[in-house]
Design a protein around this ligand. Sequence first.
Ligand code: HEC
Length: 140
Amino acid sequence: MKRPALVLVAGVLGALALAVVLHAPQSSSSAFAAAVDGKEVFSANCSGCHGDKGQGAPNVAPPLAKNSYVTGDPKNVIHTVLSGLNGPLKVNGKPWGEGMMPAWKGSLSNAQIAAVITYIRSSWGNKASGVTEKQVASTK
Ligand code: HEC
């Protein structure tokens, strides 16, 4: 009598484990994507220089709001955020000044960089397409 019960329990556990394994890749990747909030990444890493509304600050960091570079070719924006920027800069064709932005490659994940760029391209009046983790991974 004991054996069949054990076999049954083992069978049920096995089926459960299989269901979890089969289900895991899908549910964990969508949970991860939802966990990366571009606004949070911005508040934690960027707003100190660029301002919480992307307004920028003189001699600290240029505005990202209503900035045609930010809403332009996403490849350029990804490159700038990955590699940093240092030197005289024009914003919307007008000299902004000089400053230094650190490179974010390595300190932020590709998913976080994609989320924060999607956020700055679609906030404060900016209206441009989002950026995927894959696009970040394939940009140097
Ligand atoms: C330490 C201050 C600082 C922090 C933190 C910072 N930036 Fe910057 N950022 C700058 C400066 C300064 C420039 C301009 C550099 C120059 O003049 O060459 C810049 C430039 C940029 C540009 C290019 C703007 C243009 O018109 O070419 C983008 C995009 C940008 N930052 C996004 C971000 C994002 C996203 C974050 C957060 C992950 C961030 N920055 C964090 C200081 C900062």
